[in-house]
Design a protein. Structure first.
Length: 138
């Protein structure tokens, strides 16, 4: 006997008032889980929107002292996105980039071309993710 069948069998044996309580409990559990699921949904569009301005500035100012401000902003944004959805594959990709940049402050040594590649990556992945999800719903 599976769980669903066992729950239904036991539910049928309860008085109507207790069945209502079970239903209320199930609805409360669903509401409790709903914000967690919504909080973990993050899309490349959101990531791109938050990261692209700082990535562009890093590309332009890669060897100047103002770039430290943008690097700090970029790294904090990456961490915040990861904190919002730690099990989301998209944010895991971000954390790989984050770790590469922070390891021995390597962000200082990156070239404008490397920042350009990182700048284009979210845009390309955003289109790819949209395309796949759009085809799945068609």
């Amino acid at each position: 006997m599976n769980i669903e069948q066992a729950v239904l069998d036991n539910l049928r044996e309860l008085p109507f008032k207790n069945q209502e309580e079970v239903l209320a409990y199930i609805k409360a559990l669903q509401q409790k889980l709903k914000p967690e699921a919504e909080a973990q949904q993050i899309h490349w569009g959101q990531i791109a929107e938050q990261l692209l301005p700082d990535l562009r500035r890093m590309q332009w100012l890669h060897d100047g002292s103002p770039s430290a401000v943008y690097a700090d902003s970029l790294l904090r944004t990456m961490q915040n996105l990861f904190d919002q959805a730690p099990s989301e594959p998209l944010t895991e990709v971000l954390m790989v980039l984050h770790d590469a940049m922070t390891f021995q402050n390597r962000w200082i040594n990156y070239t404008p071309e490397q920042y350009q590649f990182v700048y284009v990556l979210p845009q390309k992945l955003s289109g790819l993710v949209f395309y796949k999800s759009h085809r799945a719903h068609s």
